[in-house]
Write a protein that binds this ligand. Sequence first.
Ligand SMILES: NC(=O)c1ccc[n+]([C@@H]2O[C@H](COP(=O)([O-])OP(=O)(O)OC[C@H]3O[C@@H](n4cnc5c(N)ncnc54)[C@H](O)[C@@H]3O)[C@@H](O)[C@H]2O)c1
Length: 440
Amino acid sequence: MRVSVIGCGHLGIPHAAAMAEIGHEVIGVDLDQAKIDRLNAGECPIYEDGLPELLSTHTATGRLRFTTSLAEAAEFADIHFLAVGTPIDADGRSYDTGQIFGAARALAPHLTRSTVIVGKSTVTVGTSRDLGALLVRLSPAGEDVEVVWNPEFLREGHAIDDTLRPDRIVVGVPSARAEDAVRQVYAPLLANGIPLFVTDPATAELIKGAANAYLGMKISFINGVADMCTAAGADVQQLTEAIGLDPRIGRGGLNAGPGYGGGCLPKDVRAFTASARTLGATEAATMLRAAEEVNESRPSAALKLIEQTLGRPVDGVRITVWGASFKAGTDDVRESPALAIAALMHQRGATVTVHDPHAVPTALRRHPELDYCEDLEDSLTAAELIVLATEWPHFREADPKALAPLVADQVLVDLRNLIDADAWRMAGWTVRQLGRPAQE
Ligand SMILES: NC(=O)c1ccc[n+]([C@@H]2O[C@H](COP(=O)([O-])OP(=O)(O)OC[C@H]3O[C@@H](n4cnc5c(N)ncnc54)[C@H](O)[C@@H]3O)[C@@H](O)[C@H]2O)c1
């Protein structure tokens, strides 16, 4: 099929590459000319495992190309995926759907034949209906333009795998014709046994919000329990393993840490909380808000653990933070807890150097006040404390004996429970892990 992907960001680029991989002819569209030029040259403007290879393979064959022209995309494609951003609005609660309606208004005059628009962005319930009405009104093809909602569940760092082998594909469809179009475009995935869940558009929109709100609550739940473990001298890691064995609870997504971040979970929990309030589900809104409050408290909870470990305030201390991205496998630093903690320590008078294997350039743009170092060993020069804040595998693999001579003081606070603490302690380090007993 000939498909377009409108919006080439963390969602759109992997989706466009994956659609080419499953055999479609794909045109990606973005407003950002510089980004489009890099993509057409086979370069990947974001860091995502496996994406550069897929992009260069399919741009080289011509099966995947990029443009800034929606007219060209409308002429070329019969099905358009909408993957533009939905950042949080100025009110800090609902989605700003300006990019969605902006793209639709610009595309509509070019829709002269029967077309299906497949919304993938995360939106407030009701957006699909409003978008459909707008497109019917503004498009020459009128009623022959239909909107389906197909929320995306990919995890950054696993974007390619999650797009080619998702747990499920959810689509909210207004008609049998629209459902047929979705079945056709995803046929190679469906043939591999990926379940297709067909529902109405409002339910599809709410499924996405509910999924991310639940994941956020799960993380806040275990982080709240980690605070209880810290106070009681118990071990959150063992607790998690034990409760995770219950299939009603499950182990997935249940890791104590510095809080959830990124371009999705924080805003999705915020917007779902606001939706609950708008829809009159007051108790649900209170429950969701509590999860947000736990998450908002994570930087200060981390600071408390760090200062307990140091035995003094961070003011004047040289601290190296390992990790800038909001999680491993991506250079995305939107609402990154690692950077929030680094910035908080900097505000409190610490001299902070941040090391990350891939996210230094993106972090520097957001927090120019911090110092950065792309080399792990150089990042440690004269450090009095290491704070491990993002779960990159090379931190787990770091050799505590080899690193010991590089630092001023052998002290490490592991906010991800990532390292083998015993091995580090054997090498002479003082190690403190989140929600786990202090051991000398
Ligand atoms: N990032 C993820 O892992 C992820 C996962 C699931 C769902 N989502 C959802 O997907 C959507 C996109 O997220 P993202 O992280 O890719 O955002 P992003 O900000 O990385 O990318 C959005 C892109 O859309 C482009 N754009 C804006 N208006 C446009 C227009 N009129 N025409 C063409 N391009 C336009 C922007 O220039 C930008 O490149 C959001 O709703 C997000 O919540 C993201």
